[in-house]
Write a protein that binds this ligand. Structure first.
Ligand SMILES: C[S@@+](CC[C@H](N)C(=O)[O-])C[C@H]1O[C@@H](n2cnc3c(N)ncnc32)[C@H](O)[C@@H]1O
Length: 219
């Protein structure tokens, strides 16, 4: 790996090691965003599922950059029989054990790994959900990761991205070592990964001053 990338990934890992394993920590000091976020995600994802008239079975989902399991707890375990979590920081996965409460029964694998290194098991998932983590990947690793994800979803499966998007140029945050990309770059990286966007939606109801947040469902 080039020195620049070692630094990019190393700085992010160090940053997350300073963050408490709480909802406040996961959401950068905006814990109040969680309720509207989950509500909108549920409304976005549900119509795709066979349980709600769609084509995607609800056997197993993967939560990428799962943190302590906020998305797993409130979104994925409410829709799927089993959920795997992949997360860079072991402290967050340890905290998930108590944070998830009885939803823990539905979590199968807790995988401690950076997405840049992670190879999801082929044909294992109906839905792969990636939220507020992809800014921590370089463009090359973004494309390589989603190319691997494509092989990990079963027929009828979906990959969903929910990320901040800039209205101007790509923004680099020195503090947590992450990029916020403009829409055009997101779309171009998704295409390079061999995926097709089938639905997008903007997250409404966020406090002023935050980046815009968009969801992309892809096949
Ligand atoms: C902003 S938090 C979001 C957590 C969760 N997705 C949510 O919405 O509540 C970002 C998470 O991504 C994790 N992370 C950072 N870089 C990562 C990487 N390269 N691979 C996997 N996880 C990473 C952090 O440790 C942190 O848990």
């Amino acid at each position: 790996m080039a020195e620049k990338e070692v630094e990019f990934y190393g700085n992010a890992k160090n940053y997350w090691e300073t963050i408490p394993p709480t909802i406040d920590g996961m959401l950068g000091g905006f814990p109040e965003v969680s309720t509207v976020d989950v509500k909108t995600s549920l409304a976005f994802l549900r119509p795709f599922l066979t349980t709600h008239g769609g084509n995607t079975p609800n056997n197993r989902a993967l939560d990428c950059g799962a943190g302590i399991g906020r998305v797993t707890k409130y979104l994925l375990t409410s829709l799927f029989n089993q959920v795997d979590m992949v997360e860079l920081n072991q402290t967050f996965l340890n905290q998930a054990q108590s944070y998830l409460g009885d939803r823990k029964n539905k979590v199968d694998r807790y995988i401690c790994s950076g997405l840049q290194d992670f190879v999801p098991e082929s044909g294992r998932y109906n839905v792969i959900w990636c939220q507020w983590v992809l800014g921590h990947l370089t463009d090359e690793d973004f494309v390589a990761f989603f190319t691997r994800c494509k092989a990990a979803i079963v027929p009828g499966g979906l990959i969903v991205i929910k990320e901040n998007v800039t209205s101007e140029e790509r923004d680099f945050d020195q503090i947590d070592s992450s990029y916020t990309r403009p829409m055009s770059e997101m779309i171009s990286l998704i295409k390079r990964s061999g995926l097709k966007i089938i639905k997008t939606k903007k997250q409404e109801g966020l406090p002023p001053g935050l980046f815009a947040v968009y969801m992309f469902a892809m096949k």
